[in-house]
Each structure stands twice: as C-alpha cells, then as structure tokens.
Design a binder for this molecule. Structure first.
Ligand code: URA
Length: 258
C-alpha cells in the first residue's frame, strides 16, 4: 500500500496524514494541519488531572540537551543515563525501544516489566509473545514495527507509572515518534492511551476508533488506535475479538484491506 492511497483513506476519515515537517509535499502549502477532528463526539477536555504531554514537567537545567534536535544515537545515550525521575534508581537498565526506525506502525506500551528490565528490550515475556502474534495477524511482524513504552524504566512491583513519571519521560517518546514518523501509532493498554492522548477514560471508551497524537511543537498529527494490553488479553481472552477489530483499524489506517 503506497502512501498516496493511505493518504486517501485517512482523508476520507477526516485526518490529514502525517508528513514530517522536513519533507513538504511538492507545491503543497501546509499539509500536516488537521482539518477536522475525527473524534468529534468526544469531549474536548482531557481528564482534569491529566498532565500536559507537551513537555516534561521536570525542571531541566539551563544547558539541558535539545532533545528535539537529537539523532537516534544521542537520544539513546541520553536515555541510558537518565535520572529525571525516581524510576532510574530501581532499574537494571533502560528499555529504549526496538524495531524498525522507519516503521509504518509504532507500538507504544506502558513500561518495562521485570524481564524487559533484565533484557533491555520491550515486550519479551508472555505478553510479548501475544503482542508478536497480534502484530503478525495485522500484517506487521515485530521487526517491521518500532516498539517503545511511555516510560523507559521499570516501575517497582510492576505498578503503573505515575503521571509525573510519564511526563518526565515524555520528551524521549515524543522524539522517538518524530524520528520514526509512523503512519499509525498503536497504543496498547490504558496507561499508554491515557498518556498519549491525555484522556482519562476507560480503555473500552477509547478503543474502536481513530484518535490523534499531536506532536508537541509541530503541527504534525499521527493517527492513534487504542487496544487492550496483551497482558490483559492473556487474562481476558474473550476480548481478543475486540482487539482484532482494533488491529483491523490499524490496517485500514495504513490503507490495507481488512
Ligand atoms: N508491558 C509493557 O507495556 N511494555 C513492556 O515493555 C512490557 C510489558
């Protein structure tokens, strides 16, 4: 599926597709501006207690690195020594993210677990195995996607990362999204969806339709599909049918037949 056809699909859904700011369409004016919200029936406001995703809320010193200008190597190095929040104290290593850095689909999970913390890779346990199968079914096997998490360090006891921890890590994920420039983001689980979309709603209320991620400091938007976290699907296999509907939505956003 070429980008032109995918663009036609997305425009039909009310989205102007992602176009990295550095690569304007020849002769086009500003194509990365959203024309109308896809999720018109949803409330405008984010949850009252939701943090701004635009930037880390953690104060940075005057000579803080310009993350928005970093390349992959610089970003990975910066993340590997990050001490922006207390999660850094309990980690074995950071889990930066893996996969194709030019992927069409970017998967965003919540946080590394114990096994990911040991191995330095996202989604390597049983949930990772199920994620692999979900990606295969979607026609985007793991090596073809880029997988990252909202936070790069493991929260102790596998608890959900806090809003402050997510905010401290947000600029890293934002830069990863900007560098990959995916056509679609698949947010797995409520923590990822809530943080990316700044919406404090139940997953069931967010899944099943397209949302938008607006890249801070840019007018680019990326379509976002929300689905169940594979760890949840392992516990609630009756939800796999619904998850498949979501994955078909990713395929549709890519312009693939479902
Ligand atoms: N769950 C996640 O959300 N991310 C991982 O990397 C592993 C488990």
């Amino acid at each position: 599926m070429d980008r032109e056809r995918q663009g036609a699909y997305l425009r039909a859904m009310g989205i102007v597709p992602w176009r990295p700011a550095m690569q304007p369409e020849p002769g086009a004016a500003d194509v990365s501006v959203i024309t109308e919200p896809v999720t018109g029936s949803e409330p405008e406001s984010a949850g009252e207690n939701m943090p701004e995703r635009a930037a880390s809320s953690v104060p940075v010193s005057g000579d803080a690195p310009d993350i928005g200008a970093m390349d992959w190597a610089g970003l990975q190095q910066l993340v590997s020594v990050c001490t922006r929040c207390a999660l850094s104290e309990g980690r074995t290593q950071t889990v930066f993210g893996t996969g194709d850095r030019q992927a069409r689909v970017m998967v965003v999970g919540e946080a590394p677990g114990a096994e990911e913390d040991r191995r330095g890779e996202p989604f390597v346990g049983r949930a990772g195995g199920l994620l692999d199968n979900m990606l295969l079914a979607m026609g985007q096997p793991r090596p073809k996607v880029f997988i990252a998490n909202i936070v790069k360090c493991r929260p102790a006891g596998n608890r959900d990362p806090s809003d402050a921890e997510a905010a401290a890590c947000a600029s890293y994920l934002n830069r990863q999204i900007e560098l990959v420039a995916p056509e679609v983001i698949l947010a797995v689980g409520r923590v990822a969806a809530r943080s990316l979309l700044a919406r404090d709603e139940k997953l069931g209320a967010l899944r099943g339709r397209l949302h938008e991620f607006s890249l801070p400091g840019s007018d680019a938007v990326v379509p976002v599909v929300v689905t169940y976290h594979p760890a949840y699907l392992l516990r609630s296999p009756d939800r796999k049918g619904l998850a498949w509907q979501d994955l078909k939505l990713v395929r549709a956003a890519l312009g693939e037949a479902s």
